[in-house]
Design a protein. Structure first.
Length: 131
């Protein structure tokens, strides 16, 4: 019985870490926008993700890390690609997202229908030797 309680406590601890990461991202994005250092306000949230990108640590019905760009106008694919590349080119952040159960990075424009997505596991450099 105690083991089940510990498992539930661990699960909630991990969920808290996921929500903290989302909250920190949103606070940083907001401050960067307010200071004029970024032309677009970004907002992150948890989504279902893409089942084709699932991995062993994916969260059921919560594997998507979506960044929505609130730019005032439709973003071009190249602009969404640039936002996504900033995330996936950061190997430590990509590994953290995977460790916390995300499998899909999504970048969407304001309307939410137009967007791009990446399988995080393809950008974490698994296997081989660590530097």
């Amino acid at each position: 019985m105690w083991h089940k309680i510990m498992v539930i406590a661990d699960w909630f601890g991990e969920m808290r870490e996921r929500y903290n990461l989302i909250r920190q991202f949103n606070q940083s994005a907001k401050q960067t926008f307010i200071k004029g250092e970024a032309p677009t306000l970004l907002e992150a949230k948890i989504t279902k993700g893409d089942s084709a990108f699932r991995h062993e640590f994916s969260k059921f019905r919560g594997g998507g890390f979506r960044i929505k760009a609130l730019s005032g106008s439709a973003l071009k694919n190249s602009e969404m690609m640039e936002i996504g590349k900033i995330i996936i080119d950061n190997e430590e952040l990509t590994r953290k997202l995977i460790a916390l159960g995300w499998d899909t990075l999504e970048v969407h424009a304001e309307g939410g229908k137009k967007g791009l997505k990446w399988a995080l596991k393809k950008h974490a450099k698994f296997g081989g030797y660590l530097n």
